[in-house]
Design a protein around this ligand. Structure first.
Ligand code: BGC
Length: 752
């Protein structure tokens, strides 16, 4: 009996053996991804392929349960993991375990000028995405800062293609090392929110390739981003989600992108165009809250039943479908089915520290006359904090990047915690901005209502200011409509809510006034000469108050540098002086007369490559604060830069080096910037362009050598007639600076 059982047992093992060995290739993690993709694709029906290329809910797409292929889950992005929403609604689902770490806004990240901070950011937010079961993080954004009115600039990385390129790559890699795809957005030319579904960006290829594409290219080619989100707007009269030129010619053919193009929510407009030249995956159509909000419309998506119908009618074969499904499968194997995926983590002390360190490194000291900062706690000062932004939660609002942060330390609480018993911190409101504090069902829980008149608030603030040792005004913009918020642009460069008058009055009342501007955009500062200390505070996320207090009290030297120019007025911005914004004036007028919105409005980027400091240099306009600017509590000296050879050959490189010394009494970080100037060229070129930077930490008296390697790419312009990058032989100059207007040394070389 026993022997019989044993034999039967052995037989059953032997029978099962071939089955295990013949595990389908797509299920075998030891097989290369491309083989698994091919195999999975060969087993899928046409309907199943259609099923995986469009949404099944607000933020997910279906898998193929029959084959064990999983759903894919998307999340905003880019500053933290968005709270769970209902299946088919924008409103939060009310989970109690989905609050996140809010990281600083991407403008702040760019202001760190520190790629290590980008890597830390990407890795940390990737871990939070992973823990929450997300496969695709809808971010980062790298649209170039063309106008300070763009409501979404706070989600992007500034005005310079080189800076944005260097900062985006580590973010993408950091996210993806967790098996979560970065989805780089909004590709491309999404430089304003006004008419975002209607405007057609018109620009020459030179501006396209030199200014607006490099950061996307870096994210794709160097960062190897697994997905990309085309923008809502149009280019070449085609919506970007259906753009043959940008999705086909540029992304696929030139950059060899093998990832997935994921439509922005509600950005697809036609089945036929999308099938032949548009995105691989469709999200948000007709449920985007922008058009009539159809419920559960997923089967009617352009890439759902209407597509299947065209295939069944023989209008399309399955070539395009196979290609889209293949890309989605590749994404599945890279993310949801990644074999050695860690668990991720949420709200860990490490993530709080990451948010804090990034915030500290991004805060920019714009002005510091009479060394008003850092606040001297040795004197047990009385500090008066004024302003709504000292108490207002900023992680709620602003559009799709709105968060449900597990905690957010306000500037007032951060300062109180830091000062403790070493001084007194009092608060008065000063002005009322926007008392609202909810977004898609997430509420800040704050009651900011105020019954006193603006005059009463101002009088109270000015009287209290006269009695304090320091006044710290915390104001700026917020995340409400027409401020730093998706869906609309700002209406003016100036500060809202009567803040200018209040600041001017505070400056008269107290000589030690510090203005902390919370914004993701440049603002006008008509009081700049009257205020001794000005700090650019961005949106700093969970650790806002702690990070600001760290810098204001001098625990850490400020080391952020501006990632975009602060102009004095809009007339000092290329897009406004030379180009069109928010659209072609005649078309706008005709539209107004007709009383309805046009389908398409042209926006001509007549300023071409002259964006940001490139425009200020060309027109010789002095900015309010230049690109790259940021002070510290110490001082730095630069040696004269030298080159290792006077002549660079076409296929060679050249080193520019210098020594930077901390000449002050405190430790601090300097951001050494390398700009290249082409002295003579066939095409007009900017006076100079950023081609290198290095953040260097130095103890008092310490010196370090900084060395930059210049290659052909750093000397090239894009010749749009020949459609190629050209490094023209001739004279060049390497400029070493502490900002775009603070050049400390120059050295000539030539290219042969
Ligand atoms: C935004 C995207 C966002 C998406 C999903 C759109 O309105 O433009 O940036 O990822 O919504 O929330």
């Amino acid at each position: 009996m026993k022997r019989k059982t044993l034999i039967l047992g052995l037989l059953s093992i032997l029978c099962a053996w071939p089955a295990a060995a013949q595990r389908p290739v797509y299920q075998d993690p030891s097989q290369p991804i491309e083989k698994r993709v091919d195999d999975a694709l060969s087993r899928m029906t046409t309907a199943e392929k259609i099923g995986i290329i469009h949404a099944q809910s607000k933020f997910s797409s279906a898998g193929v349960p029959r084959l064990g292929l999983p759903e894919l889950w998307m999340t905003d992005g880019p500053h933290g993991i968005r709270p769970e929403v209902l299946w088919d609604e924008w409103d939060q689902a009310g989970w109690s375990n989905d609050s996140c770490t809010a990281f600083p806004a991407l403008t702040c990240l760019a202001a760190t000028w520190n790629p290590e901070m980008s890597a830390l950011y990407g890795r940390s937010i990737g871990e939070e995405a992973l823990y929450r079961g997300k496969d695709v993080l809808l971010g980062p954004g790298v649209n170039i800062y063309r106008t300070p009115l763009n409501g979404r600039n706070f989600e992007y990385m500034g005005e310079d293609p080189y800076l944005a390129s260097r900062m985006v790559v580590p973010y993408v890699k950091g996210v993806q090392q967790n098996g979560v795809a970065a989805c780089v957005k909004h590709f491309a030319l999404n430089n304003q929110e006004a008419f975002r579904h209607q405007y057609n960006a018109r620009l020459d290829d030179r501006a396209l390739y030199e200014i607006y594409l490099p950061a996307f290219r870096a994210a794709v080619v160097e960062g190897e981003a697994w997905s990309i989100m085309p923008a809502y707007n149009l280019y070449g009269r085609e919506h970007l989600a259906e753009s043959k030129r940008l999705l086909g010619d540029v992304l696929r053919d030139e950059w060899k992108f093998d990832g997935v193009t994921i439509s922005d929510w509600g950005a697809v407009h036609s089945t036929r165009r999308t099938v032949t030249q548009g995105v691989d995956m469709e999200f948000g159509t007709a449920t985007d809250g922008l058009s009539a909000g159809t419920k559960n419309a997923y089967d009617s998506y352009y890439l759902a039943q209407p597509y299947l119908k065209l295939i069944n009618e023989g209008v399309f074969g399955t070539k395009e479908l196979d290609e889209k499904a293949r890309r989605v499968l590749r994404l599945m194997f890279r993310t949801a089915l990644k074999p050695d995926k860690p668990m991720g983590s949420m709200n860990s002390p490490e993530h709080s520290k990451a948010a804090h360190d990034i915030a500290v490194q991004g805060i920019v000291l714009l002005k510091n006359d009479r060394a008003v900062l850092p606040i001297d706690l040795g004197k047990r000062p009385t500090i008066l904090v004024v302003g709504e932004n000292a108490i207002k939660m900023m992680t709620v609002g602003g559009g799709s990047s709105s968060l449900k942060a597990r905690y957010e330390i306000s500037p007032l609480d951060g300062l109180k915690a830091r000062v403790g018993t070493r001084g007194t911190v009092n608060y008065v409101r000063g002005y009322v901005g926007d008392v609202g504090g909810s977004y898609n069902g997430v509420s800040s829980g704050q009651d900011l209502n105020e019954s006193r008149t603006p005059e009463q608030l101002r009088t109270e603030a000015v009287e209290a200011a006269a009695k304090a040792d320091y006044v710290v005004f915390v104001g700026g913009l917020n995340k409400s409509d027409h401020q730093d918020c998706e869906g609309a642009d700002r209406l003016a460069l100036g500060l809202p809510y009567g803040q200018d008058e209040l600041i001017a009055a505070l400056a008269k009342a107290n000589p030690n006034l510090v203005v902390v501007n919370i914004s993701g955009n440049a603002v006008a500062m008509p009081w700049v000469k009257e205020v001794p200390a000005i700090v650019q505070g961005w949106y700093l996320g969970s650790e806002t108050g702690h990070a600001l207090a760290t810098v204001l009290t001098g625990d850490v030297d400020p080391s952020g540098r501006l990632p975009f120019t602060f102009p004095v007025s809009l007339n000092d911005v290329g897009a406004h002086r030379l180009g069109e914004y928010p659209g072609n004036a005649a078309q706008l007028e005709a539209m107004k007369q007709a009383g309805h919105q046009a389908d398409t409005i042209d926006v001509r980027y007549n300023e071409g490559i002259f964006v940001g400091y490139r425009f200020a240099d060309k027109e010789r306009v002095a900015p309010l604060f230049p690109f790259g600017h940021g002070l510290t509590y110490t001082t730095f000296g630069y040696s004269k830069p030298t080159v290792d050879k006077a002549v660079m050959t076409a296929d060679g490189t050249l080193d520019v080096s210098l020594t930077v010394t901390n000449t002050g009494k405190r430790a601090g970080e300097e951001v050494v910037q390398l700009y290249i100037s082409d002295k003579k060229s066939s095409l007009p070129r900017p006076v100079k362009e950023l081609k290198g930077f290095r953040k260097v930490r130095l103890a008092p008296g310490e010196s370090k050598e900084v060395r930059f390697t210049v290659d052909r790419e750093a000397l090239s312009y894009f010749d749009d007639r020949a459609h190629q990058w050209v490094a023209e032989p001739g004279e060049f100059e390497a400029l070493i600076g502490a900002s775009a207007t603070d050049i400390r040394g120059k050295v000539k070389f030539s290219l042969r």
